[in-house]
Design a binder for this molecule. Structure first.
Ligand code: HEM
Ligand code: HEM
Length: 297
């Protein structure tokens, strides 16, 4: 929707052009389509919460579900507010920055509700500090990389929405936003390379190594797409905007960006599971069965 500059194709909210289902023509296809997908995501998050309350006994897992529900509600309200106030840059950037956080919450829920984590949950609450000691350096690296990728996403959102005047995306990029985003790209590239080297050398876990290779491939694609997004943005103004290439390249840059963030988060969670599993198997009061700990490791 942003790449097609369709944010104001439907100027009202919560109804769309005063109806539940307006004719899906022009930019309305993107704007109302986005609202319909958002409503489906909201409903699925409610279903997810009902399931968590029925099937999960750990309060922190249920709590994560509630935070995800709150995030999707705030996300919807921010979407509505940005429409009602003609796409003010700060609200659009906030809306673009909460979206990957919501994705991270859902990804975390999918990992911590997997069968191998069910046995870990009680240890995670009791002695996570002690559990994480053994793998502190590797885990810290994974956490910092994930946080840096999220920050890079926010900087990308600021860059994407810079030059916005009442909903009209300027053809030019704000240089300072571009320079900061490029600096961020250098930093996350360095971090991912360091994480990959350390993990490939020291972590003998095929799942984590496979994820690290996936992260490296996504990074390579992301750097090419970033360059493409830049070239598409400085397109000569005499072309009819937005060009198909611009829409595809910028949307792919955003999509690969969130996939990169999600992969880094899964690596971090797997590293946490590995550390907690190791400590849990040594727990004196009620040790985790070695066979189960082996599964997690
Ligand atoms: C599940 C809920 C939602 C999610 C995950 C979500 C996610 C997103 C994402 C990722 C973008 C692109 C950001 C960017 O290009 O930088 C976007 C743009 C946008 N969204 Fe949503 N959205 C949601 C709900 C809504 C709702 C309910 C509305 C209500 C009208 C809305 C209105 C908009 C608008 C107007 C834009 C374009 C902003 C601009 O061009 O400045 N969103 N949304
Ligand atoms: C790993 C490195 C990178 C990551 C994770 C990343 C991530 C992102 C994300 C997520 C967005 C869109 C944010 C949103 O609207 O929600 C974005 C926008 C953008 N990025 Fe990157 N980026 C990276 C590297 C680069 C590089 C090397 C360039 C090259 C110049 C670049 C140029 C751009 C441009 C021009 C935009 C705005 C696109 C538009 O106008 O729609 N990025 N970036």
């Amino acid at each position: 929707m942003t790449s097609n500059d369709a944010g104001l194709s439907v100027p009202d909210w919560p109804l769309s052009q005063g109806q539940l289902m307006p004719p899906m023509v022009g930019g309305v296809l993107y704007e109302h389509g986005h609202r319909m997908v958002a409503a489906t995501v909201g409903l699925l998050t409610i279903v997810l919460n009902i399931w968590l309350w029925k099937a999960q006994s750990y309060p922190w897992v249920r709590g994560l579900g509630l935070i995800a529900l709150a995030a999707v509600i705030v996300q919807g309200v921010l979407g509505g507010v940005t429409v009602l106030f003609f796409l003010p840059t700060p609200i659009s950037v906030l809306h673009a920055s909460l979206a990957p956080l919501f994705l991270c919450l859902v990804v975390t829920l999918s990992v911590v509700t997997s069968s191998s984590w069910v046995h870990l949950s009680r240890f995670l609450m009791e002695g996570w500090r002690e559990a994480l000691k053994g793998t502190e350096r590797e885990l810290r690296l994974a956490v910092v990389t994930t946080l840096a990728l999220y920050l890079q996403h926010v900087l990308g959102a600021a860059l994407r929405h810079s030059g916005t005047v009442n909903g009209t995306k300027g053809a030019v990029l704000v240089t300072s936003a571009l320079v900061v985003h490029l600096g961020g790209a250098v930093a996350v590239t360095g971090l991912i390379i360091v994480v990959s080297r350390v993990f490939i050398k020291r972590i003998h876990d095929p799942t984590i190594i496979r994820l690290v290779y996936l992260e490296l491939s996504l990074l390579l694609a992301q750097l090419f797409l970033g360059w493409g997004a830049y070239l598409a943005r400085i397109d000569p103004a005499n072309q009819v905007q937005p060009t198909v290439a611009k829409v595809w390249i910028t949307t792919s840059h955003l999509t690969i960006g969130v996939l990169l963030l999600a992969t880094s988060l899964v690596v971090t969670l797997k590293m946490t599971g590995k550390a907690v599993g190791k400590a849990a198997s040594k727990n004196r009061k009620s040790p985790l069965e070695p066979a189960l700990a082996g599964q997690i490791l």
